[in-house]
Design a protein around this ligand. Structure first.
Ligand SMILES: [Zn+2]
Length: 275
């Protein structure tokens, strides 16, 4: 195990990844960007599943059946086009004023109902969920865990992860995927990860049948609350800066996503309104 992992890391650091199929070195879906990943995806999925179970014991679910159904409907449509047969998808609506959402490895998705007013419609919700799902399927959290632990700690990470008992893995996946709500340290996603999740997310929502032109509008609304709020919750307010660059990036990819949407036999437009 250590030999395989070390070779992968060395390959990645030396820029000599040839196929991206080694244990330590992969390519992000869609963009093909090279990634350093120390844990096998199966292990990330196991960690995601375990943490999601704990989160569901700590956080109250929304009692609003219509909105809960909406989260599940949007999630199911995105899952169908996400191309991750190894995921066991689960979509939950959590009652919390915090405007947050996350997707843990393995397809464990939570939306906090505090973000719904910004979404306004089912398509706005699809922007949020497709963005988070993209972070997960591109394994951005796995990359962050790998970077955080460092190359020398590679074997230690693997040992920790497989022992399943070490305090070092406690909350690691939550922190890496923006799910560490009121506790724990949040590792902000990099600009690179954000751009990739935006690009993948807008494609996913179009494939799922939601009008992708809602994406720039959603980020515009989100930018307003992000700058007016004193509170800085994980992922969604502290690490999703709304700037002109993001708007320009989205505008650049919108025509391709709109083409996907227009040729999609199932088109839901903006879907149902939220309130
Ligand atoms: Zn993000």
């Amino acid at each position: 195990m250590s030999g395989v992992v070390s070779n992968g890391i060395a390959g990645c650091l030396l820029g000599s990844c040839m196929t991206g199929t080694g244990s330590g070195c992969k390519s992000a879906p869609l963009t093909g960007r090279k990634q350093l990943l120390l844990l096998p995806e199966s292990q990330e999925i196991a960690m995601g599943q375990q943490e999601f179970g704990k989160i569901l014991k700590e956080e109250p679910l929304s009692q609003d059946q219509r909105l809960t159904n909406m989260v599940q409907r949007v999630g199911t449509r995105l899952a169908v086009v996400a191309g991750k047969p190894s995921y066991q998808w689960d979509f939950r609506l959590i009652r919390s004023e915090t405007p947050n959402a996350f997707c843990l490895p393995g397809g464990k998705v939570a939306v906090y109902d505090g973000i719904l007013p910004v979404c306004q419609t089912e398509a706005g919700l699809a922007v949020v969920m497709s963005h988070e799902i993209s972070h997960a399927i591109a394994r951005h959290g796995g990359e962050r865990m790998s970077q955080k632990m460092g190359v020398n700690a590679a074997q230690t990470v693997v040992d920790y992860a497989f022992s399943g008992t070490s305090g070092a893995t406690q909350g690691m996946v939550r922190s890496a995927y923006g799910a560490a709500s009121q506790y724990g340290v949040i590792l902000p996603y990099s600009r690179k990860h954000e751009s990739e999740a935006d690009l993948m997310g807008i494609q996913l929502m179009a494939k799922a049948g939601y009008d992708p032109s809602e994406a720039p509008r959603f980020w515009g609304r989100f930018g307003l609350i992000a700058t007016s709020s004193a509170e800085k919750p994980p992922e969604w307010l502290s690490t999703h800066p709304s700037d002109q660059r993001r708007a320009m990036d989205l505008a650049a990819v919108l025509p391709a996503a709109s083409m996907v949407y227009e040729t999609n036999p199932a088109r839901y437009g903006l879907g149902e309104p939220i309130s």
